[in-house]
Design a protein around this ligand. Sequence first.
Ligand code: ATP
Length: 333
Amino acid sequence: TSAGGAEDPRGGSDPDAKLRPQRMAEMVGQQDVIERLRIAIDAAQVRGEPLGHILFDGPPGLGKTTFATVIPTEMNTTVQMANGAGLKAPRDLLPYLTNVSKGSVLFIDEIHRVPRAIEEYLYTAMEDFRIDIVLGEGVNARTLNLSLEPFTLIGATTRAGMLTAPLRDRFQIREHLGWYTRKELGEIVQRNSKKLNIEVDPDSAGVIADRSRSTPRLANNRLLWVRDYAQSKANGNVDAKICGDALDMIGIDGLGLDKQDRNYLDTLIRVFLGGPAGLDAIAHTMNVSSDTLEDEVEPFLLRSELLVRTRRGRLATPKAFEHMNREMPDRPL
Ligand code: ATP
């Protein structure tokens, strides 16, 4: 996520920022989430109170940061951006908290990475808009009592399960962002092609959508590559074939698998005859860490029904054999 607080939100040369919706009305999909947020925003405005704290969870690239930037715009207020991984000691929170103005938003991305010692300060900050912070150590230690302007904390996490219950319970609004449909991704591609000044017909947008793993960020990345490819190879003209060729060239196939995904399936099918095989054995053969496979490769293969996890190990499905153009061996399932 690359949204900077005070930067030009259109981001100049940063294409990610350029493609990011600026208003809630420009967002595609997540309609039920948007509807609930609109109600909460309206009600807060009617009451003249800050919006309740909001927690977004869901896989990367589905719009958590986008929501955290459009909500303050809808509320006519400002946002500060922080990252849980960057908050190491309680004093790292201070500049953010002392900068909040009435009704403004503090966004903490990757909030599951906030250390416990800091989390406790968030409790009173969120609940009573107050922090009591101990500065220094031993005889020099002194407590600083700060009262804060009422503000809205927006937290984002890819791992909701890693949040402690006391922190999770302090968010009045909790929203899970789910995968986007092919139609929604196609619409994002078409809208963004206009921002990029290229013409992309619905068929081409469909090819890009099919290969984007239900994820807007990937749809945008694929579109940017297709634009480069078309400008270099086809006078800037985009059609379905050009989209397919462009994405093939960077190793992204018709299901959206990349080279590493196919390498995984190839190893499982060729070396382990489709499995069941242990994760560590697959990782050793591929010479990558098993964490990488488990966190970055397997989720999409599982979701695509190319892989199943059994008690005896990983197993390639018939769909995986078909996709990899391999004969399925006779084996008891
Ligand atoms: P991470 O967890 O990695 O920080 P994220 O969930 O915060 O990811 P965003 O940065 O909000 O994801 O989204 C990535 C990009 O996808 C955005 O720059 C934006 O252009 C696009 N995008 C996300 N959601 C939508 C949407 N609902 N409509 C249109 N574009 C979207």
